[in-house]
Each structure stands twice: as C-alpha cells, then as structure tokens.
Ligand binder design. Structure first.
Ligand code: NAP
Length: 457
C-alpha cells in the first residue's frame, strides 16, 4: 500500500500539501468518463479541440505566475526557470492548435494498379501518462496536447512530489472546458497503475522517468498489449572540438548543466573535450561556477536552487562518493551544503572516470560535471557512444558541416550543433537504448498513440 502523495518544499523542508491515494470508486469513475469521452469524440471535428487547446494556453498564460510558483515551491525550481517552463507549455499548446489539424488530415497512398487508399489518424483510446517531478507542468502538456487533439483521453499519474502541480493542471483543464473525461489527474498507487494497464479501455502508456521504472512499466504494458512510449534517463555527451568557440561552449555547458539544478534528462552530463582546448575550457567552466549564488528559488537573484528532495540529495552524494572511491578526481569541489537548510548541492566537476568505475555509465541527476579529454575526434565519438543511454547530445565546432558529420555518428535521438539540447514543440523529442523509445512533440508526438488506419478503395 502506497502512502499519501506528499509535497515537501525542498528549500524549507516543510510539507506543503498531502493527498490521499485515489479510491477505487474514483478510479472507476475516471475510466468510465474517459471511455465515454473517447467514444463521444470519434468523428467530431478536430478544429473544435484545437480551440480548446488555445483556451487552455490562454488560461495558463493568465495564471503563469501562480503556476510557476506552485512548481517552484514543490520541487525547488528557480522562479525564472519555472516561468520559462510555463512558456514552453504555451508554445506546445499553441503549436498543436495551429499545426495539428493539418497533420491529422488523411494521407493519400497509391497501391496496385493506381488504386487509392487513405491513411486516417484516429484516436485509439485512453492514454495513461506517468510523469516525473522535474518539469511538472510541461511533461504533462507534452502528452496532453497532442493526445487531446487526436481525441485520446489522458489519465495522469504524476510524481508524488509535484501533486500540487497535477491538481492545478486538472483545475485549468476543467476551466478550459476540455470536456468531462478528457483529462483526469489521479493520485494512483503503483498497484492502481498496474490495474489500469490491465484494463481493456486503456490503450496507451506514456512514461517519463528513470530507465528502471520505464522498463518495469513497459513490461507490464506489453503483457497487456498496451502500446508504450518511454522518455527515460540520459547521460548526454557535449563534444567540444578543437576549433570550437570555447568561451561560448563553456558558458553553454555550465548554463545547461545547472538548469533545474542539474535535474534535466538532456543536460550535458559528460563534457568530451578535444585535448587542444581542454585546459582553457576547464578554466572557463571554473569561472562560471564561481559566480553561482545559492538561495531561495523564489528570489530572482538566486542562480542555483536546491535539489528537489532529500532522496535526490542522498543519491547524488552517494554517486559522487562512489565515483571518487573508484578513481575519479575532483577538479572542482562541491557537494551537500550542510550550513543551508534546503537540499542544496554545490556543483562538482569530476574527471578521470574510467570504464571500470561503477559510476562511469550512471546518470548523475544533479549539478555534477564529468570531464573527458580525448586524443582525437574518433575517441570523442567512442566515449560519447559508450553509454547505456542515447537521449541527446551537442557538438561544438566553427565548422557546422563537420559538426553535422560527427552528430551523425552519435547513437542518440537528438543532437544539437553549437547549442545545448532543449525541447522545441516543432522537433521530435526522444531517445534510443536505455533512454527509451517513441517520440514526443512535433508531428511524431501526435501520431505516437494514433490508430493509423488505412481505408483502401
Ligand atoms: P522515477 O522514479 O522513474 O519516477 C517517474 C514516475 O514514475 C513518477 O510519477 C513516479 O511516481 C512513477 N513511478 C515510480 N515507480 C513506479 C511504479 N512502481 N509504478 C508506477 N509508477 C511508478 O523518475 P524520477 O526520479 O522521478 O525522474 C528522474 C528520471 O526521469 C531521470 O532519469 C531523468 O533523466 C528522467 N527524465 C526523462 C525525461 C525524458 O524526456 N527523457 C524527462 C524528464 C526526466 P512516484 O513519484 O509516486 O514514485
């Protein structure tokens, strides 16, 4: 039996909200309403739902400050970054409202002796979204916006840590009049998640979280032939070639790695440097880190917030200790900040992690930089690909064409040139290997849980 969903402010360590796990009656009602919504929506014009997405975007924009504060208080995000997260939600909602209807038009095919067929993108049924705490609003909107447009109802099981955000989103969905059953937040126990996956009305599972949980849930989904999409962990490589603008690269690496206090799946966790620029890069990185101001996430002057929870702080501390015990060297010292009340962790820069180090292939989910110095570009690519993960990556070089050649050698779902990896509504987002499968955002995100149905004439 799982405990209630508890929200603890990581800056003050105060419990700010607690919710009981959903009753069986609530789960039954949510399923019944979602299924009724799915059936009733079949054949309705998609433009009507596009209008509702715009309404939801307008409401989120109106409540931006409140939503940002709710995120910041529950998981510690800097208020400025929390506002940016709400902005991303607006972009996603407006992107699907504007571009989605066109993408859902039936696509013509020819077969045989010039016979015609049309591929129709139809709703497939209820999608269960299991989401993490690190982007408490945008992770939900990434699943909700495309599936709502398609006609798939979404049931949300959010991370306990951000239950207040889950509630806020549901309230906004009601206010935007998305429709009864279109979107429902439930404080589900793990057993209730399993039960939902076994329910014939549930046709899709979207998981964002750790690879461990993703694998486990995908296995349960597969046992019920529920289609899944998995957005999981990452240990992204950030390649800085000998001809790169080193100043920009060091600045971008610091900013991207420290965003959300280092708790981003696509953060540049492994900095792979050409030997020619390695010393200069590390000196610049040290300067960037020396300027940080730890403090209250709601204070605009703060530049590094606490980690999201005590568990996050404990895990990260253990990982750094294990890395050092197994041969990693500390280039910049940091770690838990005992004199501050919240779950603060000062950035650490490690180097000398070798493949025999048990932490070599692990994701550090916090402000820990790993430095690798490579002899040549072939070695840079080898190190980058020597990972259980394959989410995103970045290549920095003045020669964009050459950077593109290297990008094509990386075993990941996304690579960015001369910029850190980020989410854009227009671009497919997802990974390979233990980073999961399936894509969110863009047209691919819209088709992920569609019934791609052919009607041949
Ligand atoms: P997590 O522990 O895997 O949790 C993710 C979600 O799964 C939460 O809602 C959690 O609920 C739920 N969950 C955990 N165990 C479950 C079970 N046995 N049955 C059903 N649900 C279960 O991940 P996290 O630590 O919160 O998030 C960090 C991870 O997410 C990192 O690895 C990060 O890289 C990854 N991530 C990936 C992406 C991406 O797009 N690829 C984006 C963001 C984060 P509770 O909170 O109730 O346990």
């Amino acid at each position: 039996m799982m405990m209630a969903y508890t929200v603890t402010n990581p800056y003050t360590k105060e419990v700010i909200a607690s919710y009981e796990v959903a009753s069986q009656a609530e789960v039954d009602q949510a399923l019944q309403r979602a299924q009724a919504y799915y059936l009733a929506t079949k054949g309705q014009p998609v433009e009507k739902r596009a209008q509702k997405l715009l309404k939801l975007a307008d409401l989120m924009e109106e409540r931006k400050e409140q939503l940002a504060k709710t995120a910041s208080l529950s998981m510690g995000k800097l208020i400025g970054q929390a506002r940016s997260e709400v902005d991303l939600c607006l972009e996603i909602l407006r992107y699907y409202a504007a571009r989605g209807p066109q993408m859902l038009r039936a696509k013509p095919y020819l077969y045989g002796a010039r016979q015609e067929a049309f591929l129709h993108y139809e709703a497939s049924g209820i999608v269960l979204a299991v989401e993490p705490w690190n982007f408490p609003h945008s992770q939900v909107i990434r699943v909700l916006a495309p599936n709502y447009l398609l006609g798939n109802p979404v049931i949300l099981k959010h991370a306990g840590q951000v239950a207040t955000c889950a509630q806020a989103l549901e309230e906004l969905a009601v206010e935007a009049d998305l429709g009864t059953g279109a979107f429902k937040n439930l404080f589900l126990s793990y057993q209730q998640v399993d039960n939902l996956l076994a329910d014939r009305r549930v046709s899709g599972l979207a998981v964002t979280g750790s690879s461990q949980v993703g694998k486990m849930l995908a296995g349960k989904a597969a046992a019920n032939l529920v289609k899944s999409s998995l957005e999981l962990g990452g240990n992204d490589a950030f390649l800085v070639l000998a001809d790169a603008d080193v100043k920009k690269a060091a600045h971008d690496a610091a900013r991207a790695r420290l965003r959300n206090s280092g708790q981003v799946c696509t953060a540049p966790k492994r900095l792979i440097l050409a030997k020619e620029i390695a010393t200069e890069f590390c000196d610049l990185l040290k300067k960037e880190l020396a300027q940080l101001k730890l403090g209250n996430p709601l204070d605009e002057a703060t530049t590094l917030a606490p980690l999201a929870s005590e568990v996050a702080l404990t895990n990260l501390t253990k990982q750094v200790t294990a890395a050092c015990e197994n041969g990693a060297q500390v280039l910049v010292e940091g770690g838990p900040v005992a004199e501050m009340a919240g779950y603060f962790f000062k950035p650490v820069v490690l180097r000398g992690l070798t493949p025999d180090n048990p932490m070599y292939d692990q994701e550090f989910f916090g402000p820990v930089f790993q430095i690798y110095q490579a002899q040549d570009e072939a070695e840079m690519v080898t190190i980058a690909n020597e990972s259980q993960y394959g989410l995103a990556g970045a290549v920095y070089s003045q020669d964009k064409v050459h950077a593109d050649e290297l990008a094509q050698k990386l075993s990941t779902g996304q690579v960015f040139i001369n910029q850190p990896a980020t989410s854009h509504p227009e671009l497919p987002f997802g990974g390979v290997k233990n980073s999961g499968y399936g894509r969110e955002l863009s047209d691919l995100g819209l088709y992920e849980f569609a019934n791609c149905k052919i009607i041949a004439w």
